[in-house]
Ligand binder design. Structure first.
Ligand code: C2E
Ligand code: CA
Ligand code: CA
Length: 395
């Protein structure tokens, strides 16, 4: 087998096919995955399932992967030379590369030989390949990323997946395995699992992509989960380089974009609403005054990022006060003191508002308006507070 494949590579019988990946909402192509195909001289095609497993066990898979990397770079170089539109391409790398000396240097050398900017190459590695490599994997991922390549965790959810594990991996993209998508995503329990995975990945600022998307129903559901990219037969099958180049050239939507308001789901409405709220209030905090806890949703451009996103409410106020102008610290600490807030609520107040000067990342003070809205929790006696913080214009 090995000799046949090495020969096939020499003869150019191994080819990179490309499967486009689409933006989940606009339906526009945004990237692609390279998948190996063995085209025999008689034109018949052998799928990777037939030869990848042998290459994997015997270790010569690394040669196939490097061969594919060159093919992808050649294709990207062709697009560049001809001033055609380029999209990032994901390449599959076997677990053997984690042991390979100078992996990153090798990848850089190929990319640089073809003058391909590193952001255009995505290193796809399966979750299972990473799991038993704890000692090596972090350094390996870090070095690939530091060189400017993107990292995708492939086949997430196909094995004994752990969100805990992913949390610690410096990866950019989480690829949700097709086995997690039931036929039309109609199974309630599976929907809950998927919703949580996407929620989790989005919160970690990982790009999410679902693969093996075959039906419109799956697409609709994935959109409501805020899945960012879609790969699957619904949009396009893996295709030859010629066909892929043509798709890139006239990269219009794979389908007519639907009215986002037709996707009426609570999750979707909530996401839209939060976007509007963040426009005005870059920091939103949910607190439980009774239990002295908080959960913070911070957006860019707000100084509170140095604070943990969940914790003890009273510590949050101490932290907040310390970021204020010295003359404002006392009033801030008093106004948002937990006991004082509970008193204010007992006195019938519905909200508390205060303007203070807060130190920004640029080292300057700027006026910030903090408003606490009291909410009585319907399912318990706890008193909750929602805090909205707004940066006011400097005078
Ligand atoms: P993978 O990395 O999970 O690739 C996705 C597989 O799903 C591809 O199978 C693709 O053709 C298939 N697929 C895409 N959309 C759909 C869909 O809507 N429905 C269904 N049922 N399948 C879909 P393919 O091309 O046969 O590749 C199989 C596996 O072989 C890949 O799984 C990957 O693990 C491996 N492979 C392929 N090329 C390479 C390579 O260059 N290097 C390495 N190391 N592995 C490769
Ligand atoms: Ca893959
Ligand atoms: Ca996969």
């Amino acid at each position: 087998m090995k000799q046949n494949i090495l020969k096939a590579m020499e003869n150019g019988e191994l080819q990179a096919f490309y499967q486009p990946q689409y933006d989940a909402i606009s339906g526009k192509i945004v990237s692609a995955e390279a998948l190996v195909r063995w085209i025999k001289p008689d034109g018949s095609m052998i799928s990777p399932d037939k030869f990848i497993p042998d290459a994997e066990t015997k270790g010569y898979i690394t040669e196939i992967d490097w061969y594919m990397t060159k093919q992808v770079c050649q294709m990207l170089n062709f697009q560049k030379q001809n001033h055609e539109k380029q999209f990032p391409v994901a390449i599959n790398f076997s677990r053997h590369h984690i042991q390979e000396a100078n992996f990153t240097e090798k990848l850089c050398a190929i990319a640089d030989k073809y003058a391909i900017s590193h952001e255009l190459l995505e290193v796809e590695i399966t979750e299972s390949a990473m799991v038993n490599e704890e000692s090596k994997i972090l350094d390996w991922l870090e070095s690939v990323r530091t060189a400017g390549f993107t990292i995708a965790i492939d086949d997430f959810g196909s094995g004994l997946s752990s969100l805990q594990f992913v949390k610690d991996m410096p990866a950019d993209v989480l690829k949700i395995d097709k086995s997690l998508l039931s036929h039309n995503c109609e199974n309630e329990k599976e929907r809950v699992v998927l919703e949580s995975i996407f929620y989790f990945a989005n919160r970690l600022h990982m790009t999410t992509i679902a693969e093996g998307v075959e039906t419109k129903e799956q697409l609709q559901f994935l959109r409501t989960c805020d899945c960012k990219k879609i790969q699957g037969y619904l949009f396009a099958k893996p295709m030859s380089k010629i066909n892929y180049l043509a798709i890139c050239r006239n990269s219009q939507s794979a389908e007519t974009t639907e009215d986002i308001l037709e996707m009426q789901t609570p999750a979707n409405a909530f996401n839209l609403l939060m976007r509007v709220i963040f426009q005005r209030y870059p920091l939103v905090i949910f607190s439980n005054l009774t239990r002295n806890s908080y959960y913070m949703m911070a957006y860019e451009d707000f100084t509170a990022t140095a604070c943990p996103s969940t914790g003890i409410f009273e510590e949050l106020i101490i932290h907040g006060a310390s970021s204020m102008h010295p003359d404002d610290q006392e009033i801030f600490a008093q106004t948002f003191n937990r006991i004082n807030l509970l008193k204010a609520y007992a006195d019938g107040k519905s909200k508390i508002r205060l303007v203070t000067r807060q130190l920004g990342d640029d080292g300057k003070y700027r006026p910030v308006e903090t408003t606490d809205y009291f909410i009585k929790n319907s399912s318990s006696d706890d008193i909750l507070v929602i805090t909205l913080c707004e940066n006011l214009p400097n005078h």
